[in-house]
Design a protein around this ligand. Structure first.
Ligand SMILES: Cc1cc2nc3c(=O)[nH]c(=O)nc-3n(C[C@H](O)[C@H](O)[C@H](O)COP(=O)(O)OP(=O)(O)OC[C@H]3O[C@@H](n4cnc5c(N)ncnc54)[C@H](O)[C@@H]3O)c2cc1C
Length: 447
């Protein structure tokens, strides 16, 4: 290919050694056959890659942690993947209470590095998720009721735009881009290379818990959890996972930024339900609490593909919704199931229009997934997830852009609610030519 600009960084074309491992995402369903991967070592490599792509008319996909949950987001056939995962600096400024991270870091590395130095960085349920992607979509997890979403703590970004120009956004400069970067989703405005976050002092210790019930008690547990989890003390984060009928169980886990005795008391309305088969409630040094909640989850060993869908609930699921859940759980297998996370606290104190992340007023977040290993099973599993969405539609609002479902039509307002028109205007300002796009990306507003 002839062009003015040369690709720099670690460049791997189709056919080069390293190509196969370069195209392994967390979910094999999302692996594609791009023309070239550029593993940027510095911001200039990103800028060169964008210019090269435009000179050669090659579609671009930014990538950080490889955890995208839908197809054609961080890889596309015949495209260029601009991968920032080799850019991993972390610079903590204890005095200012801020940290600057390059976007190639994974969430677990940041949370663990900061915990050792006495600070909290928010995280979700897997250490290997990239800070690059999770931040842009919002970033939910068990600490959100105490310190907000990951993106609520975002103060400044460095991004390379469609012209290959490095720009910064903070409260004073390009404030609209900062607003859009706090929940507007990855792959829309440019390739982000650095984030600056506010950090919080960590407590010396925290209480973690993991309670398990037999699968056939899921209805009872869910009903109790829904009444309790959105209203419990803000320092308590709770994730409820319900596996498939075949081989699955019910697990509630999370953390409380406080004492064990208080945690036991707060958890009672759910732990007293049914007959838990395992009940672990433990006070740990904060560093170990982070390790407990973020066990290893390597990218390259995944064999299972998934279809996910997600939403937010403003009221407890009524019996009709729980009946649809049961039908789904009776028909899926393997790593499939339902996952709930409690809302409220710091997440809900931010107004829906204050950042691009709109779904602030929910009571809980819900996602469900069906999984398969054999490609011949893909269509069936995708269909069951999407049919279940139709059945749950009356009981949920919106959907989480980081857990997308390309079965959703006219998805902008579903992911972004009333923030979508503003996101479209910001898209038109920063990427008028729609250089950064994917199947559900933001369409630039018309002039
Ligand atoms: C096992 C697992 C657990 C998860 N747990 C949670 C959780 O607890 N909480 C939560 O909020 N989410 C969770 N997610 C969802 C996760 O937030 C999204 O999949 C997220 O987009 C992944 O980011 P990534 O950088 O790892 O992925 P990638 O595949 O690298 O990218 C995902 C998307 O972001 C874009 N993107 C990535 N980096 C950049 C960049 N530097 N500049 C511009 N765009 C970029 C990509 O183009 C793509 O559209 C989980 C996902 C998995 C697979």
């Amino acid at each position: 290919m002839k062009s003015k600009t040369r690709l720099t960084g670690r460049v791997i074309f189709k056919g080069d050694s390293g190509y196969e491992s370069a195209r392994k995402n967390w979910d094999p369903h999302t692996d594609k056959y791009p023309k070239v991967f550029v593993f940027a070592q510095r911001t200039q490599d990103v800028a060169n890659a964008i210019k090269w792509a435009r000179e050669n008319n090659v579609p671009i996909r930014p990538r950080s942690g490889r955890h995208s949950l839908e197809v054609n987001l961080s890889q596309v056939n015949s495209g260029i993947v601009i991968d920032v995962s080799n850019m991993k600096k972390i610079k903590l400024n204890k005095k200012q209470g801020t940290v600057i991270v390059q976007t190639g870091n994974r969430v677990g590395r940041i949370a663990k590095t900061l915990a050792k130095q006495g600070f909290i960085a928010p995280f979700g349920d897997s250490p290997s998720v990239g800070i690059g992607g999770i931040t842009l979509g919002g970033g939910i997890g068990p600490l959100q009721r105490s310190i907000g979403l990951i993106s609520d703590n975002l103060l400044e970004v460095e991004m390379v735009n469609a012209k290959g120009k490095v720009i910064r956004a903070n409260k004073k400069c390009n404030a609209d881009l900062l607003w859009a970067s706090r929940g507007g989703g990855g792959g829309n405005f440019g390739v982000y290379t650095k984030y600056k976050f506010k950090v919080h002092r960590a407590p010396a210790e925290a209480t973690v818990y993991r309670i398990t019930w037999p699968w056939n008690q899921f209805e009872k547990v869910l009903k109790a959890w829904q009444k309790w989890a959105p209203f419990v003390n803000d320092k308590l984060g709770s994730e409820l996972s319900i596996g498939p009928k075949k081989g699955g169980n019910v697990t509630m886990e999370g953390l409380f930024l406080g004492s064990k005795s208080e945690a036991i008391r707060l958890l009672k309305p759910v732990t007293c339900v049914g007959t838990p088969t395992n009940k672990l409630i433990r006070l740990l040094p904060y560093t170990e609490a982070v390790n407990f909640l973020l066990p290893p989850d390597p990218v390259l060993t995944q064999r299972t593909s998934n279809q996910f869908s997600s939403g937010f609930a403003r009221k407890p699921f009524p019996n009709k919704a729980i009946k649809s859940m049961r039908k789904f759980l009776e028909n899926v297998e393997g790593g499939a199931g339902f996952f709930f996370l409690n809302w409220g606290g710091a997440v809900s104190r931010v107004l829906p229009r204050s950042t691009a992340f709109y779904w602030r007023k929910a009571k809980f977040y819900v996602e469900w997934n069906s999984s398969w290993i054999n490609q011949a099973e893909a269509a069936k599993n995708i269909a069951i997830v999407r049919n279940t969405r139709r059945k749950l539609d009356p009981f949920i609002v919106g959907s989480y852009i980081n857990v997308p479902d390309q079965g959703i039509k006219n998805s902008g307002p579903v992911y972004y609610g009333a923030n979508y028109p503003r996101l479209r205007r910001i898209k038109a300002k920063y990427d008028p030519g729609n250089v950064f796009q994917n199947p559900q990306s933001i369409t630039p507003a018309r002039k």
